[in-house]
Structures are given as structure tokens and as C-alpha cells.
Design a protein around this ligand. Structure first.
Ligand SMILES: [Zn+2]
Length: 148
């Protein structure tokens, strides 16, 4: 249910596991074993995990609002140096890659206009610091402006 939020948290550099459609018992076990905070929209799951202090109920609608809720309530910080360090698809680390090595992996326009590229150490996808990270930062900024 929170797949897009998971991607956005990864774009901010947060180690975010995403388990889709697993039984509650599996989620509880993984959360405890890997010492994770479980973000969920499921009240009963949140209550079960809350006893161990590891759950957080996401109540907002829309990914931007959800991200602002999580960042605010869990006290997450946006660290510029961590942006663009984690693969949004598989959560593995991204390693900076010389431009000359990615020509065949990116669209020609991107190759012409971007200078810095990174490759996921696990799935091999190539990333550039383009619009993805900007979208996330913009969504966070919007929330701040609304409060003023
Ligand atoms: Zn990856």
C-alpha cells in the first residue's frame, strides 16, 4: 500500500524494506529481526507492532502528505549527502559511475544533459540526479510552505 512512499524514502537515502502482501506474522518477524520501524496503514498491524515500539501508522493520503507525516513524526532529517545513494527499486547502494560507462544504459537526452551517474550495486539500474530527487524535495518543501 505504501510502495511509492518506500521509493521516496529510498531516494532520500533511508534504508527502506518494502514487503508487499505478506502475512502480518512475516512482517512482524522481519521488523524485529532487522530492527526496523514498520510503516503501515493497517490499524491492527500497527497495534500488534506497537507493543514492541516499532510501528507507525500512516494516516495521510497521497505520497507527498505521507512523506511529510513520516519525516515530521519520526524526526527524519534530509541529508544532502545521502540523496541519490540508495536504489529506489531494490534498496541497495548506488555507486557513482563514470559517464563514459553508462552511454548504452541511458536515453540520449539524459546522456547529453547530465554529468553525474550512479549504478545500483545490486540490480544494475543506472540513475542520475534528475527529476526523481527533485520531486521528493519539492513535496517536502510544499508542506513547509503550507504551514506558514
Ligand atoms: Zn537496484
Amino acid at each position: 500500500m505504501l510502495g511509492k512512499l518506500a521509493k521516496w524514502l529510498r531516494l532520500l537515502g533511508y534504508d527502506t524494506a518494502y514487503i508487499h502482501d505478506a502475512a502480518d506474522d512475516v512482517l512482524v518477524r522481519v521488523a524485529v529481526r532487522e530492527n526496523r520501524i514498520t510503516l503501515t496503514r493497517d490499524h491492527s498491524l500497527a497495534e500488534r507492532l506497537l507493543m514492541r515500539g516499532r510501528s507507525y501508522l500512516v494516516t495521510e493520503e497521497g505520497t507527498g502528505a505521507q512523506l511529510r507525516q513520516v519525516v515530521r513524526d519520526l524526526g527524519l532529517t534530509v541529508d544532502e549527502s545521502l540523496l541519490f545513494t540508495r536504489c529506489p527499486v531494490c534498496n541497495s547502494g548506488i555507486e557513482e559511475t563514470p559517464k563514459s560507462e553508462v552511454q548504452d544504459s541511458v536515453p540520449p537526452y539524459v546522456y547529453r544533459t547530465q554529468e553525474r551517474f550512479g549504478r545500483c550495486l545490486d540490480c544494475g539500474r543506472v540513475y542520475w540526479k534528475g527529476t526523481h530527487v527533485e520531486h521528493v524535495l519539492q513535496a517536502l518543501a510544499e508542506g513547509r510552505q503550507k504551514k506558514v
